[in-house]
Design a protein around this ligand. Structure first.
Ligand SMILES: N[C@@H](Cc1ccccc1)C(=O)O
Length: 502
């Protein structure tokens, strides 16, 4: 009988009487465990070996769990700090105990909830007392963590392990151990003598060039063999969603716009008929930059925009009759929306084609002084776009969005009438979150007013929008918190596995 070299090595290392694990055979033969597994399965298929698999639970510490082995659990630190400040005698203010325990950020909440759960003491009206009979040295969670850190069996019941698991301090997994024994046929084969054939596992340029590939024996692929998971680098899910959005819009006939992140108020707001005393233009909402004013805004355009603000546009127009200054228009800030790019392109200064029909888009970052929460970040990506054509209607706007979102599997978007100083009519867009069922706002849109298009020199209709890329990604990935998508809270497993709809 002839067998490939590695199969022969495994066969010779196996025993008819004792079960040998893959790792033992790997150590004996000097082959990699995954190679041994592959060979063992091949030998099993040939009836020469039998393979038994036993599954076992594995338990390891997470980074956080390991930290608490070195530094004590946060609740224990809270307890010890309380003790040091005499909270076993009289209540001590929480602020002092937390300071003494040197807890900060999320550790404070972790300490408080577990302190109460474990009966280490009580908290009342901002004051902490520790329980006379509490003994953190007998803490079973801490003991289990320490045992795991030493590679020992934690020897605790499931309830404690469940608790550690729900606190994210241990990782539970499953491992499969495979052991092999020789079958009678395997023993017979060895007794009769097995010859090794040389097999080739990889087709090389040399084999091809020399023609040797015709004569060699190739080893077979074994897709069942266990192998370590290889985690390659990959593009971030948000970047991949942005790329997908660009593909979709290019497919719909749009061209891409580009322009400065730090721009003058003129392009960010004045062109959009946003009065200079609008609340969104105060320092509360805007990230102003301490840099020289922007040069190069065409004088005539500046004059037309100022006229629209002061007196309105067209025969029936009326302006704001509120203060307007060129100096403010030239001030530079981080753009709060990419509609600044639409203004630059529609004005002609960016060199865009302006003979209708035209379609332009960008997928770029914007900056807002918002409060961080599950649906808001201080910087996020906007999917900006506009279509210039004669006689556009609301149906065109809605149809464009339906078509766009359909490419992402979203077929139930909803529209709500809205107000923007620069569009009339205006619509907000909503989509339903796949996990929570909540309606979340995904965009804002409308048809630019004459006060916007007139001064820019555009005399046909322009419909436009700003959609939130992160919100789209929340709908397609099911992420419930925008901060789960990127930043420190984003889960590495999620980032490895999240798929972008195509
Ligand atoms: N600039 C708007 C989006 C928008 C763009 C163009 C027209 C209408 C709305 C926003 O940031 O919310």
């Amino acid at each position: 009988m002839r067998l490939p070299e590695r199969q022969l090595a495994v066969l010779e290392a196996a025993s008819a009487t004792d079960e040998r694990t893959i790792d033992e055979i790997a150590a004996e033969t000097g082959l990699k465990p995954e190679t041994v597994t592959g060979a063992a399965f091949d030998l099993r298929d040939e009836g020469l070996l039998s393979v038994v698999e036993t599954a076992a639970e594995t338990l390891g510490l997470t980074d956080e769990g390991r930290r608490y082995v070195d530094d004590d659990l946060p609740e224990t630190r809270l307890y010890r700090a309380g003790l040091a400040l005499g909270a076993d005698e009289a209540a001590v203010s929480m602020g002092r105990v937390i300071g003494e325990a040197d807890l900060d950020g999320p550790e404070v909440d972790i300490a408080l909830s577990n302190f109460a759960r474990k009966g280490l003491g009580s908290i009342d009206s901002g004051e902490l007392r520790i329980a006379a009979d509490a003994d953190p040295d007998a803490d079973r969670e801490a003991a289990a963590l320490a045992a795991l850190a030493d590679g020992d069996d934690p020897a605790v019941d499931d309830a404690v392990l469940d608790q550690l698991d729900s606190r994210g301090l241990v990782d539970r997994g499953e491992s499969v151990t495979r052991s092999v024994t020789l079958t009678d046929d395997g023993v017979d084969a060895l007794m009769t003598g097995v010859e090794a054939t040389e097999t080739v596992s990889e087709l090389t340029p040399e084999l091809l060039a020399s023609g040797e590939w015709r004569d060699v024996e190739f080893s077979e692929y074994n897709v069942e063999a266990d192998a370590p998971t290889a985690q390659g680098g990959r593009k971030h899910v948000l970047r991949r969603t942005a790329d997908r959005v660009k593909d979709v819009l290019v497919g719909m006939g749009f061209q891409e716009m580009e322009g400065p992140h730090a721009d003058s108020d003129f392009w960010i707001n004045d062109c959009l008929f946003m009065p200079q005393d609008h609340p969104a233009r105060t320092h509360w909402d805007r990230f102003a930059l301490d840099v020289p004013p922007m040069e190069g805004i065409p004088d005539e355009l500046m004059a037309r925009v100022e006229a629209a603000h002061r007196d309105g546009w067209g025969i029936d127009g009326d302006g704001y009759h509120s203060p307007w200054s060129k100096d403010f228009a030239r001030e530079v800030a981080l753009r709060g929306h990419t509609t600044s790019l639409s203004m630059r392109y529609l004005s002609g200064i960016a060199g865009a084609e302006l003979e209708p029909p035209q379609r332009y888009f960008s997928v770029e970052k914007v900056y807002r002084n918002d409060t961080l929460d599950p649906t808001h970040l201080l910087e996020f990506f906007q999917i900006e776009g506009w279509v210039m054509a004669e006689d556009l209607s609301v149906r065109d706007l809605m149809g464009t969005f339906e078509e766009f979102y359909r490419q992402f599997g979203i077929t139930d978007i909803r529209f709500k009438p809205h107000y923007n100083p620069y569009t009339e009519p205006s619509f907000e867009l909503f989509g339903e979150h796949p996990e929570t069922g909540e309606e979340i706002e995904i965009g804002n849109s409308g048809v630019f007013r004459e006060e916007v298009t007139g001064p820019l020199g555009v005399d046909c209709d322009v419909m436009a929008w700003g959609l939130a890329l992160e919100r789209l990604a929340m709908l397609t990935t099911g992420a419930e918190d925008i901060r789960d998508l990127h930043g420190t809270l984003a889960d590495i497993e999620f980032l490895r596995d999240a798929e972008v709809s195509y």
